[in-house]
Design a protein around this ligand. Structure first.
Ligand SMILES: NC(=O)c1ccc[n+]([C@@H]2O[C@H](COP(=O)([O-])OP(=O)(O)OC[C@H]3O[C@@H](n4cnc5c(N)ncnc54)[C@H](O)[C@@H]3O)[C@@H](O)[C@H]2O)c1
Length: 342
């Protein structure tokens, strides 16, 4: 049984808590740290989010040990795995301390706000006995898993064009709206768009160069960006990320992938299943890989790695560091109006 200490019981911390409950018998939350007394006590009625979470807002935490300070949770010998779900500015310090304390560490995305911080985290992970993974849920999301699988198998021939999109109204649900402060979240490029940046790395590896355009929010961060990733002739890759759409839009993530013999489209907000279009055939809606959504998938995978004593092969700290670097390269391109070599 892997004993989990969860740090941060907001939108994503509550979600992770629910995933561990589904892994009963293999992993169990034994300690929970949040600065806010109500959240620490399992009252999550004021916690919001952009994806539905229907598993209750007030929880009886029973024997789960509450902590006000994350340092005390790290000193708890009963904790094997530290799951970090606090605002991004704290990822680096807490991850490094947890790794030094000998814990396994799962840390939310983006890994950090700067490449320098990511590098410090990478170095700490290399020296530590514990396993270390960044929680990039999109790598485990069924529709994206399907896309990666048909791409790897060349089921529909070679990929010719890929458009990844993540579009949202302004996220107003984080505690004290920290996510809207670019100095704390990195703005939409690092907080939201990084999901697609990471998935593109997962699918295609790093490009030779990026070009991007965007426009700033009143707070001064790029909250709407369109980027092209340059891999050379024969492949067109574009990524769109924004959270400045009108209130009421909600949230959408999706993609269009054009292969030699088929096109695949999916958009969460339509409520329609992923569809495969082939000339002369009726559209197909293949069954998606089983196993729950990306939040469950990433946590189940990391727990399995710990159980087997294996270093995670996907969503590695190095890849997550590259995702931060590429998102920042896009930002540099958008601000300078120049192509940025990677
Ligand atoms: N994977 C995803 O889809 C996804 C979605 C949302 C957020 N995130 C990431 O998860 C992280 C948290 O975001 P969120 O939306 O859950 O934020 P949130 O504001 O909803 O929750 C953050 C929680 O952390 C607590 N906290 C802050 N500093 C703390 C500290 N030093 N010690 C203890 N508790 C502390 C707050 O009290 C709050 O309850 C961010 O890095 C964000 O980018 C990922």
């Amino acid at each position: 049984m892997i004993r989990v200490g969860l740090i941060g019981a907001g939108f994503v911390g509550r979600n992770h808590f629910n995933q561990y409950e589904k892994l009963r018998g293999r992993a169990s939350v034994v300690a929970l740290c949040d600065r806010e007394a109500d959240r620490r006590a399992g009252d999550w009625s004021k916690v919001g989010g952009n994806l539905a979470d229907t598993q209750g807002t007030k929880r009886d935490l029973g024997a789960i040990k509450p902590y006000t300070n994350w340092q005390d949770l790290l000193a708890d010998a009963n904790v094997d795995l530290v799951d970090i779900c606090v605002p991004t500015t704290a990822h680096c310090e807490i991850s490094i301390a947890a790794l030094k304390a000998g814990k396994h560490v799962l840390c939310e995305k983006p890994m950090a706000l700067s490449v320098a911080d990511c590098d410090l985290m990478l170095a700490a992970g290399r020296d530590a006995p514990g396993k270390f993974m960044i929680a990039q849920c999109i790598r485990f999301w069924p529709e994206y898993v399907f896309l990666k699988s048909v791409f790897d198998q060349k089921k529909y021939g070679l990929l010719k064009a890929l458009s990844l999109r993540r579009q949202a109204e302004a996220p107003t649900y984080s505690l004290n709206s920290w996510v809207l402060k670019p100095e704390l979240s990195g703005g939409a490029v690092l907080d939201l768009h990084v999901h697609d940046v990471d998935f593109a790395i997962h699918l295609l590896g790093k490009p030779q160069a990026v070009t991007a355009q965007g426009y700033p929010s009143p707070q001064g961060s790029l909250d709407h960006i369109h980027a092209f990733w340059h891999y050379g002739p024969g492949l067109v890759v574009s990524l769109e990320g924004c959270w400045d759409l009108p209130a009421g839009f909600g949230f959408n993530m999706g993609f269009t992938a054009v292969f030699e013999q088929a096109a695949i489209t999916w958009d969460l907000a339509t409520g329609k299943p992923l569809a495969v279009f082939r000339s002369g055939c009726a559209p197909e809606t293949p069954a998606m890989p089983a196993g729950g959504d990306g939040y469950f998938g990433e946590i189940a995978y990391f727990v399995e790695c710990i159980e087997r004593g294996q270093t995670p092969k996907t969503s590695t700290p190095q890849e997550s560091r590259d995702a931060v670097a590429l998102a920042l390269a896009e930002k540099k391109s958008a601000l300078s109006n120049k192509r940025v070599n990677v």
